[in-house]
Write a protein that binds this ligand. Structure first.
Ligand code: SAH
Length: 443
């Protein structure tokens, strides 16, 4: 069990870390820009658009989910598989500040201690981007090495993009990795700069079972969504089709009748007129829930999103500007807000969920102010201090990432409530609050 004082001690122990590589500056998140005007000519989408036009001509309209999957992860031409995008088209919190990953690292160590310090844990990151977040978490694990010395830690990265897995390998191992043969679950492996084994996989199903901490930062918003519109005749699915007025362009249409997805995904009590559903996120949560229920551990999910209230959030980003989702697929990031109420439902009571809470609340509860103070005190020059303040503002300002991003956790029920059978004298002591989601632990 970890009393608040021990958690403060964790933070204090990690505070010795210095500032990491120079932080990117002056790249505001393109959150509030108006959509770019839609070009009326030219099939600028290249490979994905050509492929989609052939498919649409042959088999008719596609669901938005099929369209999004092709645009983002088509093996040869998809946005993530070919372009990578992080930093180039959109900026994420781990790229803005090292503090995010450090505090997340402390969160995992705190949960590991609360679980009675098991002899081994896996850290599983879904969609690691450039690898910056895991790099910052690993720096904390190194700083807390005396605490973790008897624990067998390994890193497991789920990444579909060969291009980004190379970037991650460079960031985390200095490029010292080896490819595995096709029959192995992991397609690549290496050793981190801090001496921890790292494995890469194409899907969560390939990651070995065992006590694990999961991390999904801006991952679920990249998974394909279905879109539905309420009409006088009932719910219809939004589909993507060729624009009859411009045969090299795409447009949205409505399915003429209900589709299997409208039957399955719209709840009878739904009050909105437009709904987005991400079944892949639902399946992922079910998988995580089964694993955490069986093996223990925890998942931390951070993303922009809502609690079942928003309607049309599907959008594209290219070069830090909003981009029409139907133009030049494969060249822009496509994303939709995460529906946390759907994730909670898909956990099916197997595990407990906490949140979503705003990023700025989570980070405040985790001690971000103290961490920043120490970094500022230890920064020799005013340029570094200015960068640190800028990154703090990006993370915490409600108008920037502070209110837009949410933290959501999955935990075994036993982490929050004593099971009756084991409710003996010893277990009557209160369970420690989960860091970040509870009261301010560091005053
Ligand atoms: N977590 C990082 C990157 C977010 S971008 C950050 O916050 O900075 C989304 C990441 O998910 C990229 O690494 C992308 O290649 C990966 N990704 C997208 N769809 C995926 C899928 N279906 N399976 C595995 N990885 C995927």
């Amino acid at each position: 069990m970890v009393p608040p004082s021990a958690r403060s001690a964790l933070l204090a122990a990690a505070l010795g870390l210095g500032a990491r590589r120079p932080l990117p500056r002056g790249r505001p998140a393109p959150l509030l820009l108006a959509p770019a005007a839609r070009p009326r000519s030219g099939a600028a989408g290249g490979g994905v658009l050509r492929h989609l036009l052939l498919k649409l001509r042959a088999t008719g309209p596609l669901t938005v989910a099929e369209y999004m999957r092709e645009a983002l992860t088509n093996p040869g031409q998809g946005y993530y598989t070919r372009r990578g995008g992080v930093g180039q088209d959109f900026v994420t919190a781990p790229e803005v500040s090292q503090v995010l990953g450090e505090l997340i690292g402390i969160w995992y160590v705190s949960e590991w201690m609360a679980a009675g310090r098991p002899g081994a844990f896996q850290l599983v990151e879904l969609g690691p981007g450039t690898g910056a977040l895991t790099d910052d978490v690993l720096r904390v694990f190194k700083q807390l090495a005396s605490l973790l010395s008897k624990c067998d830690v390994s890193i497991h990265l789920v990444e579909v993009s060969p291009k980004l897995s190379e970037t991650q390998a460079q960031m985390l191992t200095g490029g010292k990795v080896q490819s595995n043969s096709e029959d192995e679950a992991a397609y690549m492996k290496g050793i981190s700069k801090t001496g921890i084994p790292i494995y890469w996989y194409r899907g969560i199903q390939d990651v070995p079972q065992g006590y694990s901490f999961y991390l999904a930062h801006e991952f679920l918003d990249a998974l394909p969504i279905h879109k539905f519109q309420r009409t006088e005749k009932g719910w219809r699915e939004v589909l993507v089709d060729i624009d009859p007025e411009a045969p090299d362009q795409l447009r949205f249409v409505l399915s003429p009748s209900s589709t299997p997805a409208t039957e399955n995904f719209i709840q009878p009590e739904e009050t909105r007129d437009h709904v987005e559903v991400c079944p892949e996120a639902g399946v992922l949560i079910q998988r995580l829930a089964c694993r955490i229920e069986k093996d223990g551990g925890a998942a931390l999910i951070a993303d922009y999103g809502h609690d079942g209230t928003k309607t049309d959030t599907f959008r594209g980003f290219r070069n830090h500007k909003l981009h029409d989702v139907l133009v030049a697929p494969g060249t822009a990031d496509l994303t939709a807000d995460v529906d946390f109420s759907y994730l909670r439902k898909m956990a099916q009571g197997k595990i407990a969920t906490l949140g979503p809470i705003k990023q700025r609340e989570f980070l405040k509860n985790m001690g971000v102010d103290l961490r920043m103070q120490v970094l500022l005190q230890n920064s020799p020059d005013s340029a570094t201090r200015e960068q640190l303040l800028h990154s703090y503002d990006m993370l915490m300002n409600p108008e920037k990432m502070g209110d837009r991003f949410n933290f959501f956790a999955l935990l075994p029920h036993r982490r929050l409530t004593h099971p009756h059978k084991e409710h003996d004298l010893h277990s009557k002591s209160p369970l420690p609050p989960v860091a970040g989601f509870g009261e301010l632990l560091l005053k």
